[in-house]
Write a new protein. Sequence first.
Length: 209
Amino acid sequence: METLEEIKARIEAAVQGAKVTLIANASPSGQTSLLIDNEHAVAVAEFLRDDSQLRLDYCSNVTGVDWLDRVVKTKVKVKKMVDDVEKEVEEVREESFPGYLETVYHFYSIAHKHGPVIIRTRTADRATNVHLPSLTPVYRSAEFQEREIFDLYGVYFDGHPDLRRILMWDEFVDFPMRRDYREPDDYEYEPTPHDEVSEKAREHRASLQ
């Protein structure tokens, strides 16, 4: 299979205007991925699936990631006047990065028996702009997994054919996989009207006697 650098170059040549960034992975797996801009994500996925050399025809899994707001500290050397003498001193600078939500797709080729190629898409923030393009129209196997990310992270997948909760009940108001999620103080609340169900069960048992 081609290198990610070569795949990146071919994507940019084939999908006009696509912005593709190589994202290094410092973990032991060392799996570098491709960050795709949201506007061209569907077109890029179609290219990866249909290109004769790649034929990435199988999406094995889709996962969500929650990145909180963070501050990164870096040490820099600057020249300053110290006791009327210019000296090079070390300073710590802080840079703030807003949080975002991310989806990670793993693509394989069953036809050519290679992969994975990992692509990412990111939301603008964690609050209001949490929309991403759905890749389900390109890879049907992404349908339930995108629903799970919607359910547990709160990402709205534009273009998804059936976007609704898959694990939590409809009345649930939070997203359990977000890193700032707090468990409720009690678990008394359930959407099922237990008293009504219990009464029906008692009536049914009585009718059998």
